[in-house]
Design a protein around this ligand. Sequence first.
Ligand SMILES: C[S@@+](CC[C@H](N)C(=O)[O-])C[C@H]1O[C@@H](n2cnc3c(N)ncnc32)[C@H](O)[C@@H]1O
Length: 275
Amino acid sequence: MPDSDAGLKMPEIHDHYTDRHTEADRLVTTLKGRLELQRLQDLLLEHLPTAPAQIADVGGGPGTHAAWLGKLGHDVVLLDPVERHIDQARAAGINAVVGDARQLPWDNESKDVVLMAGPMYHLTEPSERRVAVREAARVLRPDGLLAVIAINRNANLIGSTLANTLQERREVVEDILNDGFSFENERMAQTTYHTVAQLRSEIAPFVDRVRMYGLTGPGGWLTVVIDAHFNGVSLPDSMEDPDPLETALACSRLADQQPALVHASSLLLAIGKRA
Ligand SMILES: C[S@@+](CC[C@H](N)C(=O)[O-])C[C@H]1O[C@@H](n2cnc3c(N)ncnc32)[C@H](O)[C@@H]1O
């Protein structure tokens, strides 16, 4: 697929990430982003094969994860439909191609790992997500690792309450709780929110031994409060010391031992081996 055609297939995603939202610094400037990044790295390190592995970062955005994986010695290629992200990734020295998770430009069984942190929530039709997971499985070697991130359907209710925006966002929150989607959700590009069972059922046909993690975990809600109410403002002493990021990490690591607490995480991470 020529580079220029691939990005144009998703105009809403393209406009959101080109004109309305800057993805490049999300994982370093917000406390929630820093927690997400640290947790993803910790959990991936538990599962990644020895370097150098062939890794595809599908929906890799500007390339934060791809850059880290490359530094670990892996051979990484990033794919994303947004040209701005591809330019940013290439500027960071990452091998990056414009494309779509539903039509991966790689050979069957050519990758050891596929990371998909984006397409599962931006593809809003179940049939589209099925194609994307099937594509990931197609390019994975037998026993290759699939790691998928989804956004928890509960996240808007809890997050809006803690940010004290629930009353203005009530309609959106209700839609998402009921249907996993809202047409009024203007803050995000087209986005689907998963239940834990739904995410498991969408990847289970292609993946064995699925491990489901609360990526940000219950500790993530501390970071939501700080980002929402103390953005650019000094934290009170009690919230600054000890470091709230360490507190959030400790909470979410403890919660990993309690399967019921996966449901209390805003982001879900499913990891499994190609069936
Ligand atoms: C919130 S960003 C996440 C970026 C990065 N993976 C991360 O975890 O920080 C979601 C990404 O998914 C990409 N995306 C959306 N739909 C996609 C699709 N159908 N195929 C591939 N990538 C897609 C977007 O362009 C965007 O870069």
